[in-house]
Design a protein around this ligand. Structure first.
Ligand code: ADP
Length: 549
């Protein structure tokens, strides 16, 4: 803008200067011509005095450098000429100045010289004897005038151009500097040119609009950042080239990636590579990624941006529990088939022998007993499997109610009384009215299984102590037996499904290997913890700690 103002001022000054010079030159030229005529007239007057006094003698030896002097008879015949021989000259009767002088006493005229492209000025005066004296001189031309005053004109022009450049710069800087100092953050606080007021008001309005839009954007950004940073899943956004544009905290923790990283820099898994590549081609894809003990599922999809660009959006979700549950289900199904096969095979074997009539009449009761025992085992197994799957189903749907642990323990003791008597085992129950919130069928099943095991894996004439107490906000159920005990290395496995310490004796005990699994599931459902303390040959103590109401 400074440059533009500067250029405009210089242009205007130069044009004004040129116009002034032309006008001045015109005026000067006119002035010089009139001056030249009046000077020539004065010279004519002096010469006329000389001719009147001295006659023809006046012209003898006359030296006229700048003028030409001509004496003309009243009939137009040239009597004397300072430049050319008078006899060689034509009659001057028709000359304008001559005729005017004869008529008015004085005459003037200007004519273009026939030889030179310059004008000659003529002044003529009628003398008392009727003759006419004429003086002529070459009129100054405009070019010679220009050349004559070229130096001062040039000097003045240069000074004027220099001054205009200097002032143009000053004026433009002075004009622009308040604009440069404008506080556009607070446009209305500026005190500059009045003409700028509407513009400043508009800028102020725009500023307010932009500020409110920015505030909205910042708020939305804050919300999105809060959500993405606190979400339990990882979120990564890749650009077209596969570099990370943004990643939330969880994604950075999981994949150790940071903004700008290439997607293969932090994970070299082939499935992951294929998933990203497919998303880059515009197809939705997913894969499973194992990181440490955890299993993650990556969902990738392509997002089309406004400017025809694409981005890959990745969602990393922790599916460890899901995967583990699936794995457990697979293992459970395999185990169930295996467990069911054993008694069924035994039943089929015995039934087949009877069917084929190979068995003697007296041996039939033996095979029938075998079939009965195996069928009971099968039934127990199926019942336990049903209990377990019900427990899975009940899960969070279970409706909890206040339960007095002691009442259930008493009921279980009564149920197992006969079984204990057979092995001459005494059951002692010490309990208070400790109340917990729980699901009655499950709590009953848990206590029943623990008491049942304490009898099954006890020695003849052994003891079982059941104790229920309250400590702080915990209801503690503990059962101690004087049985065979469990080896230290087996303790961590006994809660696994179908796990039995002594597989060879499971037929005798009638165990399914699911009892403690049900206890463990029940404990999880009630957020209870289980502690186990056991020693081979001495006995086992199992404690279940329930949170109180
Ligand atoms: P099972 O139906 O075989 O009893 P459980 O899941 O109840 O299955 O128990 C798993 C295994 O843990 C049993 O086979 C047994 O070897 C061991 N066990 C459970 N309770 C006791 C106990 N009180 N004393 C000794 N061993 C026990």
């Amino acid at each position: 803008m400074t440059k533009k103002i500067c250029e405009t001022i210089i242009k205007i000054s130069t044009i004004t200067l040129l116009a002034s010079i032309i006008i001045i030159l015109g005026i000067l030229y006119d002035y010089f011509i009139s001056m030249q005529f009046s000077q020539q007239k004065n010279e004519l007057e002096l010469a006329a005095q000389g001719v009147i006094l001295n006659g023809e003698e006046y012209f003898v030896g006359i030296n006229t450098k700048n003028y030409r002097i001509t004496w003309i008879e009243n009939d137009g015949k040239v009597l004397f000429d300072s430049k050319i021989n008078a006899n060689d000259m034509e009659n001057h009767i028709k000359r304008e100045e001559f005729m005017e002088a004869l008529k008015n006493g004085y005459g003037e005229s200007q004519r273009k010289s026939s030889t030179f492209a310059e004008k000659t000025m003529y002044s003529a005066k009628k003398l008392p004897d009727g003759s006419v004296l004429r003086i002529s001189s070459t009129q100054i031309s405009i070019i010679s005038l220009v050349f004559g005053i070229a130096q001062p004109i040039l000097f003045v022009s240069l000074c004027a151009v220099g001054a205009s450049i200097f002032f143009a710069r000053k004026v433009s800087i002075k004009t622009v500097s308040p604009l440069n100092r404008l506080d556009l953050e607070n446009p209305l606080s500026n005190e500059v040119y009045e003409e700028l007021s509407p513009l400043l008001v508009r800028i102020d309005r725009q500023n307010k609009k932009i500020k409110s839009q920015l505030d909205d954007l910042a708020q939305k950004n804050k919300e999105i950042t809060y959500v993405t940073e606190h979400v339990s899943d990882g979120i990564i956004m890749l650009n077209k080239k596969g570099n990370v544009i943004s990643a939330n905290k969880k994604a950075k923790e999981l994949l150790h990636c940071s903004d700008g990283n290439y997607y293969l820099d932090f994970c070299r898994n082939l499935e992951y590579k294929r998933t990203v590549e497919m998303a880059q081609k515009g197809e939705k894809s997913s894969c499973t990624l194992k990181i440490g003990d955890l299993v993650y599922r990556i969902f990738a999809s392509c997002i089309h941006m406004n400017n025809d660009d694409i981005a890959v959006f990745m969602f990393i979700s922790d599916v460890t529990d899901e995967e583990n549950a699936q794995q457990m289900r697979r293992e459970f199904t395999a185990n169930v088939s295996h467990e069911l096969k054993t008694p069924l095979s035994a039943i089929m074997g015995s039934a087949e022998i009877i069917k084929n009539g190979i068995v003697k009449q007296e041996d039939i009761p033996h095979f029938a007993t075998k079939i009965y025992e195996e069928a009971s085992r099968l039934l127990n197994l199926i019942q336990d499997i049903i209990k377990l799957s019900r427990l899975d189903e009940v899960g969070l749907k279970a409706e909890f109610s206040p339960i007095i642990l002691g009442d259930i323990a008493q009921a279980v003791k009564n149920e197992l009384c006969e079984k204990a008597l057979k092995k001459e085992i005494s059951i002692d129950l010490i309990c208070n009215k400790s109340r917990i919130r729980g699901y009655l069928p499950v709590i009953h099943e848990m206590i029943y299984n623990l008491c049942d095991n304490a009898i099954i894996y006890n020695n003849k004439g052994g003891k079982v102590n059941i104790e229920i107490e309250t400590k702080g906000n915990q209801g503690i159920f503990s059962i101690t037996d004087t049985g065979i005990g469990i080896a230290k290395n087996e303790i961590s496995h006994i809660f696994e499904r179908f796990y039995r310490v002594d597989k060879s004796h499971s037929k005798e005990t009638g165990g399914t290997g699911l009892g403690l699994s049900i206890v463990k599931h029940g404990a999880e459902l009630h957020r209870a913890t289980i502690n186990i303390d056991s020693e081979i040959g001495i006995g086992t103590k199992i404690t279940v700690i329930f949170p109180l109401l």
